[in-house]
Ligand binder design. Structure first.
Ligand code: NAD
Ligand code: DAU
Length: 336
């Protein structure tokens, strides 16, 4: 019988792309456990909803009862994407980050341990390493030094997961990826926010001096790297994932405007994010050498494709940018 992968947070940006990636390539049974928070969207996986290998379960990883319910079926592999993922929201309201990112990961680890799951992939982030100066890159042995409630909660989850490997011998593997971009990203994050605002001729809010640096990777390459880790990652190991694409925020914003043929006058510098990490850069040497990882999407092509996706899928983001999203936007940017 085909093995079963429990994917949590499969209705979010990366989870959606990962579920599709796996169904296209393998014969696994996939169970997608998602709470459907503001960031989760069933529409993202409408096209695979009828696939007999795929099951959606609405549930909260921070509820032990919900996690126990999903583990009533045999689960062979867990890939934990479910998280509160937006740094700005973690600054405004950290509660849910502690609940989901820490308690939720704990519940999954506990059930996976009790049921003897064969592999537990904790999808983490480069933000656990904190901020870099002008040179250097994060390696797996860079000390953990998170600066936001979001990254602190992800760090706690990483440490807990590693403790389950060390104490119980659980087959845990951790991935730490840099900033993703691509289709289905919720339009609160830099790239889709700038694309969708520009398409609506709205101002593009750039924090601080716009010179903070992020290291961008197309979501397809992130999913391919997680696929490698699921199949070949060594237990008890951490793998950094990146694509060596460092860009300042202002470069990204100008690129979006140029691709869309919109004027630079839409840019508005706003008050900086508190505790704003200055620079991220990933050294992917370990996953490259040990697992044969190679990113395949060139940044310029990936950005054009992404902008094009938001142009073609206007209904998708227009449906999101209503109601609760507008309240959030006003709270975040209204008085900035
Ligand atoms: P996202 O916010 O787009 O999606 C998160 C998903 O998790 C949503 O579908 C949401 O409904 C679900 N979810 C939230 N709380 C839940 C709960 N309590 N129980 C069950 N489901 C819940 O996030 P994303 O950008 O796709 O990120 C996915 C994972 O990858 C996160 O763990 C994040 O930390 C990590 N990550 C993201 C990036 C990035 O650039 N986006 C980079 C590195 C790592
Ligand atoms: O590095 C991986 C992380 O990347 C993931 O773990 C997070 O889940 C993901 O949200 C992302 O975090 P960032 O804080 O780097 O991403 P965000 O898109 O929020 O911001 C990217 C940069 O752009 C950051 O320097 C802040 C800036 N920014 C962001 C927004 C939303 C702006 O200047 N203006 C904005 O309106």
């Amino acid at each position: 019988m085909a093995e079963t992968i429990l994917v949590t947070g499969g209705c979010g940006f990366i989870g959606t792309n990962f579920v599709r990636h796996m169904l296209e390539r393998y014969d696994y049974t996939i169970v997608n456990l998602d709470k459907l928070t503001y960031a989760g969207n069933l529409e993202n996986l409408e096209d695979v909803a009828g696939d007999g290998r795929y099951t959606f379960v609405r549930g909260d990883i921070a509820s032990m009862a919900d996690v126990e319910g999903v583990f009533e079926r045999p689960i062979d592999i867990v890939v934990n994407f479910a998280a509160e993922s937006h740094v700005d929201r973690s600054i405004m309201d950290p509660d849910a980050f502690i609940r989901t990112n820490i308690n939720g990961t704990f519940n999954l680890l506990e059930l996976a341990r009790k049921k003897g799951v064969g592999r537990f992939v904790q999808v983490s982030t480069d933000e656990v390493y904190g901020s870099l100066g002008e040179s250097g890159a994060f390696r797996e042995d860079t000390p953990l030094s998170p600066n936001s409630p979001y990254s602190a909660s992800k760090t706690a989850a990483d440490i807990l997961a590693m403790a389950y490997f060390k104490t119980y011998g659980m087959p845990v593997v951790i991935t730490r990826c840099s900033n993703n971009y691509g289709p289905y990203q919720f339009p609160e994050k830099l790239i889709p926010l700038m694309i969708t605002n520009a398409l609506a001729d709205k101002e593009l809010p750039v924090y601080g001096d716009g010179l903070n640096v992020r290291d961008w990777i197309h979501v397809k390459d992130h999913c391919a790297a997680i696929d490698l880790v699921v199949h070949k990652g060594e237990e008890g190991n951490v793998y950094n994932i990146g694509a060596s694409n460092e860009r300042t925020n202002i470069d990204i914003v100008e690129l979006v405007l140029d691709i869309l043929g919109k004027p630079r006058s839409l840019i508005r510098y706003v008050t900086d994010r508190p505790g704003h990490d200055r620079r991220y850069a990933i050294d992917s040497g370990k996953i490259t050498e040990r697992l044969g990882y190679r990113p395949s999407v060139a940044f310029s092509e990936g950005m054009r494709g992404t902008v094009d996706w938001y142009v073609r899928n206007r209904g998708w983001w227009e449906r999101i940018k209503t109601g609760a999203y507008l309240d959030y936007y006003e709270k975040m940017y209204g008085k900035r």
